[in-house]
Design a protein around this ligand. Structure first.
Ligand SMILES: Cc1cc2nc3c(=O)[nH]c(=O)nc-3n(C[C@H](O)[C@H](O)[C@H](O)COP(=O)(O)O)c2cc1C
Length: 468
């Protein structure tokens, strides 16, 4: 339960409203895919249903993660994890045509893409959606992904952020290169393109050389909104310098307040106003008419999210070996892990954990608490930290407190059921929040930038006129 204390973050009046985004995750430990009402994870109708529900609830953003390689577990495709993800930009372009206001956020990494190409594709989505695109900039932490690109364990952590900075600066220069009035307004004009209105982008650095005449005019929101996800000090500083919104991993109240203070300080140090960077943590909602029902529902959701198979697979990531001979209702395995560091579930956030210490500690912890494998994993895994459990009104009160102190600017919600998992949020929680004055009652504008309350970026003069 969130505490209701916390120092208010200084913010201009009128900005204390929360925004919601929805994060379509695909099959993983948080998504229930075994219920009869669970829909396809890849069919367009699932994405359409979820995006349209979110839009009915005035959500700011529809959000897609990115995994450039199918996750593997013990050397084979992970049977219980993400089972295929359509390409983000293709999918978001299709969603643009069946929605009208919701922002369309594509997670795209800066390690395996090319700046001029990605900037063009994102600008295309932005233009075709009339200013609703966003790019969630990640550097991607899976060195193993590189094998897909014949680059092996390409770039260490620090280098990935140096690349990311050069990449984003280049993308911004590309998006800045067409003057606001570059394109003739109507049929009567003599030229489609105003003289001298397109500037050439030349970037020559350690990481990229780009010599490019950008191919698209600006969108109604100038260029895509920039999200960032990556939590290290380097990642946070990068967000402070470049991003509009952080997709954070800190939804718990105290952690959210501390994260806000940290980002504000870093943003000020980067020479931007402290409130320039919005924060939307990952979250999960388990709601019902009463608190008691919600608590019961949570137990049911967790049982479905983490069954015996998932519990064993979860431990296998850390033990680095098959554990299917162990009884999920019995104690944790009393054998050591196969390797000192986890590496068996490739593409999981647990890659590189100190397996020997961790597994010993877990065995002790489970024994102390008298927990079986299943009970232990249910308590350990999942998204406990970012889960709001309670009645609609009680959860609305707690969220209103986040808004009151300015701990976050909104939440990025991962539904545990696809495609109907947002229905109770939209039908019941949103009206409660609106009654408390902490959630929009209409879209502020038509672009994502307007709806998030972000300033339009200034036109840069740091690019040369195009050679004609
Ligand atoms: C909330 C959150 C969501 C993320 N989503 C993705 C994703 O969809 N695809 C991806 O490749 N990386 C994702 N990342 C990982 C980032 O790519 C980043 O590489 C990773 O967090 C390591 O950087 P860091 O050390 O700064 O945290 C995400 C990170 C966070 C915190």
């Amino acid at each position: 339960m969130a505490k209701t204390t916390g120092t208010p973050v200084p913010r201009p009046a009128g900005t204390h409203q929360l925004q919601f985004g929805v994060f379509f995750q695909g099959v993983n430990s948080g998504t229930i895919w075994k219920l009869p009402e669970s829909g396809s994870q890849t069919d367009f109708q699932s994405f359409r249903r979820l995006a349209q529900t979110a839009e009915r609830g005035l959500f700011a953003a529809f959000f897609l993660g990115e995994g450039l390689r199918l996750r593997e577990h013990l050397g084979r495709p992970h049977e219980l994890d993400v089972a295929g993800r359509p390409d983000g930009q293709t999918l978001l372009a299709a969603l643009a045509s069946v929605t009208s206001h919701i922002g369309l956020v594509a997670t795209q990494n800066t390690t395996y893409n090319d700046p001029a190409d990605l900037a063009h594709r994102l600008a295309s989505l932005d233009l075709l959606s009339s200013g609703r695109a966003a790019w969630n900039v990640v550097t991607t932490d899976n060195a193993w992904t590189g094998e897909n690109f014949r680059r092996g364990g390409y770039l260490d952590h620090a280098d990935r952020y140096l690349h990311a900075e050069a990449f984003v600066q280049t993308a911004k220069a590309i998006w800045d290169s067409w003057a606001p009035d570059a394109v003739a307004p109507g049929a009567g004009a003599e030229r489609w393109l105003a003289d001298g209105a397109v500037r050439h982008v030349h970037h020559e650095g350690k990481h990229y050389t780009v010599d490019y005449t950008p191919r698209l005019p600006r969108s109604p929101q100038h260029h895509p909104v920039l999200f960032q996800a990556g939590d290290s000090p380097a990642g946070r500083d990068f967000a402070a310098r470049q991003a509009d919104v952080v997709f954070s991993a800190h939804p718990r109240f105290d952690a959210a307040v501390a994260f806000r203070a940290d980002i504000t300080e870093r943003t000020l140090r980067a020479g931007r106003p402290g409130i320039a960077v919005k924060i939307m943590p990952a979250s999960e909602f388990i709601l019902a008419a009463t608190n008691a029902e919600a608590v019961e529902k949570k137990a049911w959701v967790r049982e479905l999210q983490i069954g015996p198979q998932q519990a064993i697979a979860y431990l296998e990531q850390f033990w680095g070996r098959r554990l299917d001979a162990w009884d999920p209702d019995g104690p944790l395995p009393d054998i050591p892990p196969a390797a000192a560091e986890t590496s068996e579930t490739r593409g999981s956030g647990f890659h590189g954990a100190k397996a020997v210490e961790l597994t010993a500690q877990w065995r002790q912890e489970a024994a102390d608490k008298g927990q079986s494998i299943l009970a232990f994993v249910r308590a350990k895994a999942g998204r406990m930290d970012g889960t709001f459990v309670g009645s609609y009104s009680e959860v609305a009160d707690r969220l209103a407190e986040y808004a009151r102190v300015g701990a976050v600017d909104g939440f990025n919600i991962s539904p545990w059921l696809i495609p109907t998992g947002l229905d109770d949020v939209v039908n019941h929680l949103v009206p409660e929040l609106q009654e408390r004055g902490v959630y929009p009652t209409q879209y502020r504008g038509s672009t994502l930038r307007e709806n998030l309350g972000l300033a339009v970026p200034e036109h840069s003069v740091a690019v040369e006129p195009a050679v004609r």
